[in-house]
Design a protein around this ligand. Structure first.
Ligand code: NAD
Length: 487
């Protein structure tokens, strides 16, 4: 088998198999071929992971922050040195083109490890002057954190969770998506090679039930999930029952607003990136593209022209721009929305169906699709599709487009294209979204906090903001005089 790992799980610094797990298959989405056969974690393996994390965390929290930082930065260098191999693995597991995985997956994970490796030794408390006495605060780890991943950016998600958690002195048990189980194991190998103590980063495989068991385990302090809104609700409910801290990175239906003074070529580029990168399987995608009526036809014709040049095909070929969707269920879901959009009366400008790719008859390919004349009430304009499907909506008035952009339960991201600097900031100020762009889209440098408003999430990943979600503050009052009591 093309990508069979040594074993399914990586716990306590070594590969392990679970005796009573269920079968979990990884497939190459371009062909449907099984590339690895794994097992899900059984209860004994979950207990083993908890035991290992508990021991590892104790040791790790006592390790000087400077050394913790060095281990994270060494891991970043290991990922960079293995970037090609890791990118091929990610392409096999997700179907995303190598052209993308070479720059956006392990590479982003390495950036994140480097950033939080640098921050580790800067984490300090404060001194509080109380006159005769004083207080101070310490930033302490939470303990064992559970990370649960989605399938669109497997190693990136694992790093975005593990790096801040480990920088703060926590241990992590990471459960990858059952659809893309492979690259997190390679991250565990890199951590070990960099000198991370055994048990500080563990990978256990499984479906949602394994995630739920980890969350409800009494020893676990926190869970960070990347996934859909319905899963986020379940995880929040379970975490609430057990009073666990949570970070939720969930779905979106984000607006990208293009004003009449925008640079059209740049706006088209951003719309392409915001809808067709990773075959549209990106949470922050700007899938509702609001275009001012005065430039609509010009925008659409340039967009259609450029979209028709996209190369669909073998994701392992570096010339390929668009690979298959991740799985058959995702293909069926996206195709159903193409049907819904046409029935709802949207105009297909380009694409609109499954794509047939020579030599890949079993691949889950969809044509990059642009729907125009989309109206707010349509399902394609209000539900997260998670595929290469762009909805173009018309607008004339600034206040009106802001209200329409905000008229959604989601609030992950938003973008504005205009050359008017005051309008850009005025509009962004009013958009209800956690991550925004002016005159670009979907860039997520690690220095910038990332996360959602409304149902798109709780908490933030990346930037200094992530530290707040992986540490707790201890306040210590120090009495320098005597103690008075009423009796
Ligand atoms: P999903 O919600 O189906 O699954 C996400 C993870 O949750 C998987 O590992 C799954 O096994 C686990 N899970 C499912 N039920 C669970 C339960 N009851 N308890 C604990 N864990 C459970 O999401 P997906 O289909 O893998 O990913 C696509 C979704 O993720 C989209 O909605 C997308 O917008 C979102 N996403 C968000 C971000 C972000 O940063 N905001 C990033 C990537 C993807």
């Amino acid at each position: 088998m093309r990508a069979q790992p040594t074993a399914s799980h990586h716990v306590g610094g070594r590969y392990l198999e679970s005796a009573n797990g269920n079968e979990l298959l990884s497939t190459f989405p371009a062909t449907g071929e099984v590339i690895a056969r794994l097992t899900t974690a059984d209860d004994a393996l979950i207990d083993e992971a908890i035991k290992a994390a508990k021991a590892g965390q104790k040791l790790w929290a006592a390790t000087p922050a400077a050394e913790r930082g060095r281990v994270l930065r060494r891991t970043a260098e290991i990922l960079r040195s293995k970037n090609h191999e890791l990118s091929v693995l990610e392409t096999l597991d997700t179907g995303k083109p190598l052209q993308e995985t070479l720059i956006a997956d392990a590479a982003s994970g390495a950036d994140c490890l480097e950033y939080f490796g640098g921050l580790a030794q800067t984490l300090t408390g404060e001194h509080i002057d109380l006159g005769a006495s004083f207080a101070y605060t310490k930033r302490e780890p939470l303990g064992i954190c559970v990370g649960i991943g989605a399938w669109n950016y497997p190693i990136q998600i694992a790093c975005w969770k593990a790096a801040p958690a480990l920088a703060c002195g926590n241990a992590m048990i990471f459960k990858p998506s059952e659809v893309t189980p492979l690259s997190a194991l390679k991250l565990a190998e890199a951590f070990k090679e960099a000198g991370l103590p055994d048990g500080v980063f563990n990978v256990v495989q499984g479906f949602g039930d394994v995630g739920a068991k980890l969350i409800s385990h009494p020893t676990v302090a926190k869970v960070s999930l990347t996934g859909s809104v319905p899963t986020g609700s379940k995880v929040a409910a379970l975490s609430g029952e057990h009073l666990k801290k949570i970070t939720l990175e969930l779905g979106g239906k984000s607006p990208l607003i293009i004003f009449d003074d925008a640079d059209i070529e740049n706006a088209v580029s951003a719309s392409i990136n915001a809808n067709f990168y990773s075959s549209g399987q990106i949470c922050s995608n700007g899938t509702r593209v609001f275009v001012h009526t005065s430039i609509k036809e010009k925008f659409l014709s340039r967009l259609a022209e450029r979209t028709r040049t996209a190369i669909l095909g073998d994701p392992l070929d570096e010339a390929t721009n668009i690979g298959p969707l991740v799985s058959k269920p995702q293909l069926d879901k996206v195709l159903s929305y193409l049907d819904i959009g046409q029935k709802e009366g949207a105009r297909v400008v380009v694409g609109g169906s499954a794509a047939s790719v020579t030599d890949y008859p079993n691949g889950y390919f969809v044509e990059p699709t642009v729907f125009a004349d989309v109206t707010d009430g349509m399902r394609i304009a209000s539900e997260e599709i998670f595929g290469p499907v762009m909805c173009v909506l018309d607008f004339d008035d600034e206040a009106d487009v802001i209200a329409r952009a905000n008229n959604t339960e989601f609030g992950l991201a938003a973008g504005v294209f205009t050359k008017d600097i005051q309008r850009a900031h005025r509009v962004i100020d009013q958009l209800q979204a956690g991550t925004c762009w002016i005159n670009t889209y979907n860039l997520t440098p690690i220095e910038m906090p990332f996360g959602g408003y409304k149902k798109s999430g709780i908490g933030r990943e990346n930037g200094h903001a992530a530290i707040e979600h992986y540490s707790q503050i201890k306040s210590i009052y120090v009495e320098m005089a005597g103690v008075e009591a009423p009796f």
